[in-house]
Write a protein that binds this ligand. Structure first.
Ligand code: HEC
Ligand code: HEC
Ligand code: HEC
Ligand code: HEC
Length: 481
């Protein structure tokens, strides 16, 4: 009897302790979860046992499936149904040799090691949006991390030795408590320059910032080669162009990404400005974050809901990616609307690209016809502007969805600038007695040659010929350092 009483008391105690500790667990989950992982943990495998569902979802980034315009097949952007004439615009730059569509995060290392754009001269900075080891390498190697030539010889071997992961848990989470965090100094610095301290970001802002630290435009700062975001004056195409103009005003600062081999124009190559485009659109203005659409909730096999860690086209999961907010809409109908936006956008993009390409050839003819250098330079400036405004859109990944109206406006301005170059050229070429119909026919021939060449790495060679010879730059190149 007495034993039974004791047993009952013990049982009650056990139940009380258990329910209290269950409460505590919940509190901890929400507030100060501790994983037991090292603060310096950079390997995804270490997170696998603790967070099997997110890990499993993360591994599904290996899946490859295309949508009408986006998706994850590792295809060349020069494919006939994509943008086969890009090697004309990028002539003189490695992007004319090899340029693929993006795919899942798990492929980031495979793809950077595979691309022909990486050579013995590639700077260490190119690892910056690929691997979890980056913050550690920047801290350990200092300025040497950024130097030209350090990618293959030092940075890559060090990353492998450290057991890093491609775009992994520690890039966005503090391993100790799984709080969201940003880890890339270029993002933190660029925001500071705009007067924003990301240490005080709201949780909703963090759901965008974790992506913005990589999905953004950058350039290599002159002298130091440090990857830098041109954001001080704003994130629109015009504001960033203005930033680059200010850089260029100082001859020892950043001038250009390359000189066009066709027109001699000093070109800026835009790099995946997904974040910048997004900030200009309706959704960002309504406070919708990247994660709202790209990390929709996902119900796992055991019925548990998690934030999807498969970052891909939200058009593959519209019920959960869009339906949570657009609950009054039929999803098939909304998908049609998105594809309508994308189709209109793609037509405007191709139209602007066409004019930009023609402008390069017109200016090539100015140079070979001996037109006055000042006029050539004037036309080259319009080419630089036109191609930047086009590339601000072309190099982002949503085919216009992140910023539908803004994209149409920028593309119109792009076409205007490139047309201005053609107008300047035509006036001068007519004075020189150049036959403009013949010039137009030669441009079509060159384009056809680029399309007919099936080896994507050789298309760039077909873009120049005896009529349009490759150019020595007319504009002075960056002064020797
Ligand atoms: C309102 C929803 C929404 C928001 C917010 C959003 N996106 Fe997107 N995103 C889309 C859609 C829709 C596409 C087009 C997918 C397609 O064409 O298949 C897309 C495409 C992309 C792609 C290319 C995917 C592919 O299939 O190749 C990337 C990369 C991307 N977004 C990154 C971002 C980043 C980074 C942010 C935040 C800065 C962001 N997105 C914010 C809806 C959104
Ligand atoms: C690109 C950034 C990014 C990466 C990489 C990433 N996460 Fe997340 N993770 C997020 C975001 C954003 C959330 C949503 C946070 C919120 O709003 O509460 C999240 C949420 C979580 C949560 C909270 C529960 C949930 O599902 O919402 C866990 C646990 C988690 N992630 C684990 C992982 C693990 C494990 C990895 C590596 C295999 C990983 N994450 C990689 C961005 C990332
Ligand atoms: C550490 C850098 C880094 C971070 C952080 C990051 N990304 Fe990416 N992302 C990449 C790289 C690099 C690729 C291209 C990988 C490839 O093609 O091999 C990519 C590709 C993508 C794609 C294309 C996938 C496809 O199916 O084509 C989407 C969508 C995407 N990221 C969305 C996001 C979102 C949303 C976030 C924030 C939650 C984010 N990324 C955070 C570096 C990053
Ligand atoms: C977190 C909420 C949220 C999510 C998720 C969301 N939207 Fe929206 N969407 C909005 C808001 C808010 C507006 C602006 C409504 C307004 O101004 O009437 C909007 C506007 C739109 C518009 C009007 C066109 C425009 O951009 O101005 C379209 C189309 C659209 N959303 C499609 C989508 C698609 C497709 C997805 C999924 C990939 C999606 N949305 C995900 C909240 C959301």
């Amino acid at each position: 009897m007495r034993n039974l009483k004791l047993l009952l008391i013990a049982l009650v105690l056990i139940i009380i302790t258990f329910s209290l500790s269950a409460c505590n667990d919940k509190e901890q989950d929400a507030k100060n979860l501790t994983t037991g992982l090292k603060a310096t943990e950079i390997n995804n495998e270490a997170f696998k046992k603790l967070f099997p569902l997110q890990y499993k979802s993360y591994m599904s980034n290996m899946e490859m499936e295309d949508t009408t315009y986006g998706g994850s097949e590792p295809r060349s952007k020069f494919s006939d149904d994509k943008e086969p004439l890009l090697p004309i615009l990028f002539n003189g730059y490695p992007f004319a040799t090899d340029y693929n569509e993006d795919r899942g995060h798990t492929y980031a290392m495979v793809d950077i090691e595979r691309t022909l754009r990486v050579t013995d001269k590639t700077a260490g900075g190119c690892l910056s949006c690929k691997s979890t080891v980056v913050p550690q390498l920047i801290a350990d190697m200092g300025e040497h991390y950024w130097k030209a030539g350090s990618f293959k010889s030092e940075v890559l071997p060090k990353a492998k030795a450290a057991g890093h992961s491609a775009v992994g848990c520690s890039d966005c989470h503090n391993p100790v408590n799984m709080d969201l965090r940003v880890t890339r100094p270029m993002f933190i610095d660029a925001m500071k320059e705009k007067g924003i301290d990301v240490a005080h970001a709201t949780k909703n802002e963090m759901r965008t910032y974790v992506c913005a630290q990589c999905h953004s435009e950058y350039f290599f700062k002159a002298e130091t080669n440090v990857v830098t975001f041109p954001w001080k004056d704003g994130l629109s195409a015009e504001a960033m162009y203005g930033y680059y103009d200010k850089e260029r005003a100082n001859p020892t600062s950043f001038q250009k990404d390359y000189i066009s081999n066709i027109s001699g124009a000093p070109i800026l190559k835009a790099q995946h400005p997904d974040y910048e485009n997004y900030t200009q659109g309706t959704h960002a203005k309504a406070g919708v974050s990247c994660a709202d659409c790209h990390m929709q909730y996902e119900r796992m096999d055991n019925g548990k809901k998690i934030s999807s860690h498969q970052w891909t086209s939200p058009l593959k999961s519209m019920d959960t990616s869009c339906g949570t907010c657009h609950s009054s809409r039929d999803m098939k109908d909304l998908e049609k609307q998105v594809q309508g936006i994308q189709k209109t956008y793609k037509e405007a993009l191709d139209h602007a690209e066409e004019i930009s390409m023609n402008a390069h050839y017109y200016v090539n003819k100015m140079i070979t016809s001996g037109v006055d250098t000042a006029k050539v330079k004037e036309a080259q400036e319009q080419i630089r502007l036109g191609q930047w405004l086009w590339d601000y859109n072309a190099a982002e990944n949503s085919t216009g969805f992140h910023n539908p109206q803004g994209a149409m406006d920028t593309l119109m301005k792009s076409a205007n600038a490139s047309n201005k170059a053609i107008q300047i050229a035509t006036e001068e070429l007519v004075k020189k007695g150049v036959n403009i119909s013949e010039l137009k026919a030669e441009i079509e021939k060159a384009k056809n040659a680029v399309i007919t060449e099936k080896d994507t790495t050789k298309k760039k060679n077909s873009a120049v010929n005896a009529y349009f010879p490759g150019q020595q730059p007319v504009v002075p190149a960056t002064p020797a350092k």
